[in-house]
Design a protein around this ligand. Structure first.
Ligand SMILES: Cc1ncc(COP(=O)(O)O)c(C=O)c1O
Length: 483
């Protein structure tokens, strides 16, 4: 079982204790071999990559296979009947089928729309959902800004936005309140409910059982699966949201410019695009000033698809399947479980904790994303920018800030509406993140996030835990150490 040869005796001892606490980690040994053979760049360059929620990593073999495919295939612009165009169309259509198969969705139930990323998939729903006065948009505080942004569409059409709060410290929605929010739907109106299957802030996995419950109360459900699908199986036979948004680079690193909206056919028919473009119409006329949208997915895919890269999605899905999501999920649970235990145990000499965690302390119904702040022995927060700078010096890639999830950040950090209203009080004045930080004086406006993924290993989490210890008792790491 791999731990890097340069690891100290303390590291080896920690690894032995880790294996005792998480014996099931041994079942995931194939991933060590995978990292050694197919992700050689990570250890060659001494990286500790802990930003899988920001972006997944690709295996080198995925790139080789894609380059080989491009070298040996002539692909033309789809939407035509010439041989190279048909070749490209066949690959695009077979990729749609492969995506549905991967998520256990039937072609009769769901369609796949290729987008640039999850944000574009979310925007397609937002801009096309038939919001009118009296309609509702319900969403959790814990949401990426690309979901929050949908409120601008519903507001422009006179519909109402309602946020469901999450409760610190574990950052879940109180199970006792969700039904009272779902009861707000008016069965005679349009009701859209959006939430993330996994939080990109706290790692919380919000219940997929909400989907059927919400649908039974007349909600159309938009599931943001971007942070969930890289390490968890989404089974669209078992759980059937109306709309699912995701980015492929988060799942397998490459290609970086493709995502999808996977939608139930009746839910797709409900959407009305606010414009038309090349590729989205059956026919359009200048003089008659009319257009007819194409049927199905095509109406949502503006212009030419990324047809040279779409076949790389098949390769990425094959790769993930060959690794096995269950193995991957098990590995992430062991490593992040150990990291949580280790970080939460760190205390200054006066007994005060080094970190404050925003999210669940155990691995139950949570993924491999961990967000927290560091505190000094006097209980003062240590600026997350300082943590990032120090981590950069040790080749540790982590993320700091609010991760485009301001609602979760505001709840976790205890920033009130009153404080925020006063910071945003001058509508004429623009505001930067720096201005907001100054305005919310004395409190942190962000946090530190680490996340594990496909080839994370014990070395990665151990090196992060050792890095964290350097902040104990008011100390600061100074030296560049590449272990
Ligand atoms: C939960 C979640 N939703 C949506 C997004 C947006 O994804 P993208 O930037 O690929 O559009 C992210 C990105 O981090 C995310 O974590």
């Amino acid at each position: 079982m791999a731990i890097s040869e340069s690891t100290s005796e303390t590291g080896r001892q920690a690894f032995r204790s880790f294996l005792e606490a998480y014996p099931e980690y041994s079942d995931t040994a194939a991933l060590d071999e995978l990292r050694r053979l197919d992700f050689t760049r990570l250890d060659r360059e001494h990286h500790v990559y802990l930003d899988y929620t920001g972006g997944g990593l690709y295996a080198e073999s995925q790139i080789d296979k894609h380059m080989q495919l491009l070298r040996n295939t002539v692909l033309g612009n789809p939407h035509s009947t010439n041989p190279t165009s048909i070749g490209a169309t066949d690959r695009v259509e077979s990729c749609r089928r492969r995506i549905l198969e991967f998520f256990h969705a039937s072609e009769d139930d769901y369609g796949v729309i290729f987008t640039a990323n999850a944000s574009q998939a979310l925007k397609l729903v937002g801009e096309s959902y038939p919001f009118e006065p009296g309609d509702q948009f319900l969403l959790t505080f814990d949401n990426h800004n690309s979901v929050n942004g949908i409120r601008e569409f519903d507001r422009a059409h006179g519909a109402e936005t309602t946020y469901v709060p999450v409760t610190p410290p574990d950052m879940r929605v109180d199970p006792g309140v969700i039904d009272s929010y779902l009861n707000l739907a008016d069965p005679d109106r349009h009701n859209l409910f959006a939430y993330p299957a996994q939080s990109n802030f706290s790692g919380v996995q919000h219940p997929l059982s909400w989907i059927a419950r919400a649908q039974a109360k007349s909600w159309d459900v938009l599931l943001d699966a971007a942070a969930f699908v890289p390490t968890n199986r989404l089974d669209l036979t078992r759980f059937q949201p109306d709309y699912v948004a995701l980015s492929f680079y988060k799942m397998f690193g490459y290609p970086t410019g493709l995502g999808a909206l996977i939608a139930r056919w009746p839910a797709l028919e409900k959407l009305h695009r606010p414009w038309f473009a090349g590729g989205t119409i059956e026919v359009a006329s200048v003089q008659a000033d009319r257009h007819y949208l194409a049927a199905g997915s095509a109406a949502f895919e503006d212009g030419t698809l990324d047809y040279a890269n779409i076949p790389a999605i098949d390769l990425g899905l094959d790769f993930l399947e060959s690794v096995g999501l269950d193995v991957l999920n098990k590995r992430v649970k062991c490593l992040v479980g150990w990291l949580l235990d280790s970080l939460l145990a760190l205390r200054h000499h006066n007994g005060r904790p080094l970190i404050q965690l925003y999210g669940p302390v155990s691995m139950k119904s949570r993924g491999g994303t961990v967000t927290f702040n560091f505190y000094d022995p006097d209980g003062q927060v240590i600026d997350h920018d300082l943590i990032e700078e120090a981590a950069n010096r040790e080749m540790i890639s982590l993320r700091t800030g609010c991760f485009c999830n301001p609602g979760a950040g505001e709840m976790a950090l205890g920033i009130s509406k009153r404080e925020l209203d006063s910071c945003f009080s001058d509508p004429e004045r623009g505001m930067t993140y720096g201005d907001l930080r100054l305005c919310i004086d004395g409190k942190s406006t962000g946090a530190v996030r680490v996340s594990a993924g496909i080839v994370s290993n014990f070395d990665d989490v151990f090196r992060f835990a050792e890095f964290a210890k350097k902040f104990l008792d008011g100390k600061r790491p100074q030296t560049i150490s590449i272990a």
